[in-house]
Design a protein around this ligand. Structure first.
Ligand code: SF4
Length: 695
């Protein structure tokens, strides 16, 4: 009930859903939130928003929120509410006991792309300075880790090249493995506006996404490839550009490493990369591939936008490298309207990666083995640091099953739903002596936890998020934490209870430390963020005092851009007689990831279950009718979905959403992962589909 007569107060903060990073004005009256209004001066959204950001925030006030710490000795026991003092003392003493008994590499942490930069920085500091190892990983591992690896290898830094607004200058827009109108709706609208103004469009996707079906937009090319064949397609586009002499020789000579280009030329000109060969692999007619290649190379400023349909594959990193090759080949880097632009799924994927949440890198993507960097952190933190990379999430879980990894702190993530092969995750969690979950709701994973630390919604936090265009924006507290403590305070108190002096008074002090220790953030401060509204890193006083909207303008971050050989290797996951269809997965507009928040928001109750799209011919063959409940079975397990018969998918391919735990989408997916980063191959699973019941 909103108290009458109180003045309306306004707080500007940042949406906690997707990587667009829309700014909102949160209007409150007394302690009550009246509404969220898209902020006209928001640099990422300019007064626009989508249904999730504007309306799907009431989960923050859900009665299901856990507001008191809970503990239990065994996962068989019931939860018992305890004080913060007791919970923190127990967590600290258990981590110390386990490290003493099994060694310091037996404990670690997983940080979150949903949390603020400051929280992520403090979690990795807890691991490196207090646990005294590098066993820190982030949930970005399972989405955009190939982007980090690939773009760093090619261009020198793990980030997209251009701001969203740059699309206004694009003549050609190439969308591959992304569905911006559902996944990144505010940017999707901006992109559609540019297309209506006349920009040309290439879409590479196994499914007819909305950009292909919209009556107001004409996609020049829809390359409807088989799931798992991106690399063959991208190589064939590059082959065509070279075959027809459409490459940008001047850019390559001035801006790229010639040695790498020569080696790549020898590879890419091989017949195995021809459009005819790609047609056999991808199912896309060679003439369409040639046409798309000509348009991308000669149509003017050409921008590539990609998403998890590129990264979540056994060749996710190879595909990112192939995209980076294409942009260099045509000179489409370092200018308006062009670039390589990963569309990040979660609000702070970019930030969590920037903050040193990977087991091999400090903040700013500097390797832990680098003596100078390590020395800088050792002096700042007053503790010797480990020069060896630590465990990735997958290593932590596997080592747990082997009995070598015994205690984990997990921040804002449900490992059982977000990571592949749920059976393995559960076995690993059950093998540990201490599983600590820090989150706002009990989730599937909490069944296997010993300690639950209540967290804060974005409305209760102070800090910053960094969106997909490297834009750092303030998150401002609208209401006090329901649980009594902000998350960075809890992490700090665990560190203190383990004997390490950590004494921040406010997240701005954490940002000041990030700036001191991270060259790409050197010029960032809360004062400047408040003054400018946002800052795109790199930001430093010498060269870019107000940030860097477009990267690699004069030279690449690493000096010269580097071409990489990107041979196509088919995924081991193939259709068989038993599992003849290929399942790929994605989101719908109204829901978000595993639905922890959007399922608890009344505004969007119209969508209550996951759906499976199947082609009419595949449905008929199996006696499946529209709306049937169907069982989807793979060699790993089975899940239940509501069936939708549509020609959006091709015969042989089915598509499922993954927002509801009941559908068990992650039980179906396989253990196969990207060769470089272990990012799971969520986009290709061989399955069978059968009707269950008709209602
Ligand atoms: Fe939030 Fe993304 Fe929607 Fe913007 S587009 S309101 S950031 S969910």
């Amino acid at each position: 009930v909103i108290e009458k007569g109180l003045p309306l107060k306004s707080t500007i903060t940042t949406c906690a859903y997707c990587g667009v990073g829309c700014s909102f004005e949160v209007q409150t009256q007394g302690y009550e939130i009246v509404r969220l209004v898209p902020y006209n001066n928001g640099h990422a959204n300019h007064g626009h928003s989508c249904v999730k950001g504007r309306f799907a925030w009431t989960y923050a006030l859900s009665p299901e929120r856990v507001t008191k710490p809970m503990m239990r000795k065994s996962i068989e026991d019931p939860w018992k509410e305890v004080s913060w003092e007791e919970a923190i003392a127990y967590v600290a003493s258990e981590f110390k006991r386990i490290a003493d008994k099994y060694g310091r590499y037996s404990i670690g942490a997983v940080s979150s792309s949903r949390c603020t930069n400051e929280e992520d920085f403090v979690v990795q500091k807890l691991v490196r300075a207090v646990f005294r190892n590098n066993n820190i990983d982030t949930c970005a591992r399972v989405c955009h880790s190939p982007t980090g690896y690939g773009l760093k290898a090619a261009y020198g830094t793990s980030a997209g090249t251009n701001p969203f607004d740059s699309v206004r200058f694009s003549d050609v827009i190439f969308v591959i493995g992304a569905n911006p109108t559902d996944g990144h709706p505010v940017f999707g609208s901006q992109l559609k506006r540019r297309l209506r103004e006349g920009a040309r469009l290439i879409v590479a996707d196994p499914r007819k996404i909305d950009l292909v079906r919209s009556p107001h937009i004409k996609a020049d090319y829809h390359l409807q490839l088989r799931p798992g064949t991106n690399v063959a397609l991208l190589n064939a586009i590059a082959y065509t550009i070279l075959e027809e002499g459409l490459e940008n020789r001047a850019f390559i000579e001035q801006r790229c490493n010639q040695e790498s280009f020569k080696k790549w030329l020898q590879f890419i000109r091989k017949e195995e990369n021809s459009p005819e060969r790609a047609q056999e692999i991808t199912g896309v007619p060679a003439e369409l591939i040639r046409g798309a290649a000509r348009l991308y190379a000669t149509g003017g400023n050409a921008a590539i936008y990609y998403g998890l349909g590129v990264t979540e594959h056994s060749q996710g990193t190879t595909a990112v490298l192939a995209i980076a090759n294409l942009a260099m080949l045509t000179g489409n880097v370092g200018k308006d309207g062009a670039g390589v632009n990963p569309l990040r799924g979660q609000n702070n994927v970019q930030g969590s990666c920037d903050m040193g949440s990977f087991p091999h890198e400090f903040s700013g993507y500097r390797h832990v083995s680098d003596y100078q960097t390590r020395n800088l952190f050792e002096e700042a933190w007053n503790v010797p640091l480990d020069p060896e990379p630590g465990f990735r999430i997958t290593n932590m879980l596997t080592e747990a099953v082997y009995g070598n990894f015994k205690g984990i702190y997990v921040h804002g993530e449900d490992l059982t739903q977000s990571d592949p092969d749920s059976h393995h995750v559960v076995e690993a969690l059950k093998s540990m002596e201490l599983v600590v979950l820090h989150d706002i709701f009990l989730n599937e994973m909490s069944q296997y936890c010993h300690v639950f630390l209540p967290g804060c919604s974005f409305l209760e936090k102070d800090g910053t998020f960094t969106n997909a265009e490297r834009r750092i924006q303030r998150v401002r507290q609208v209401m006090p934490p329901l649980c009594g403590k902000q998350e960075w305070e809890v992490i700090q108190e665990i560190a203190q209870a383990m004997g390490y002096p950590m004494h921040y008074n406010h997240p701005s002090e954490i940002m000041d430390e990030i700036a001191r220790l991270t060259p790409t953030f050197r010029g960032v401060s809360y004062e400047k963020l408040d003054r400018l509204g946002s800052i795109q890193w790199p930001c430093n006083e010498e060269e870019a005092a107000e940030g860097t909207p477009i990267m690699h303008r004069e030279k690449f971050f690493k000096g010269l851009g580097e071409f990489h050989i990107t041979g196509y290797v088919p995924t081991p996951e193939r259709p068989t007689r038993q599992f003849p269809l290929i399942l790929t997965t994605g989101r719908i507009l109204h829901h978000y990831n595993v639905g922890t928040q959007t399922r608890r928001t009344q505004n969007i109750l119209w969508s209550k279950e996951d759906i499976l799209e199947i082609h009419p011919s595949d449905a008929e063959e199996r006696g499946i009718k529209e709306g049937d409940l169907v069982e989807v079975t793979s060699r790993k397990g089975s899940g239940i979905f509501r069936c939708k018969i549509t020609d959006r998918v091709q015969p042989g391919t089915v598509y499922a959403t993954f927002h509801f735990p009941e559908s068990r989408a992650n039980i179906v997916t396989t253990e196969i992962s990207d060769w470089a980063t272990n990012c799971p191959e969520y986009k290709v699973t061989a399955v069978q589909v059968s009707a269950l019941a008709r209602e």
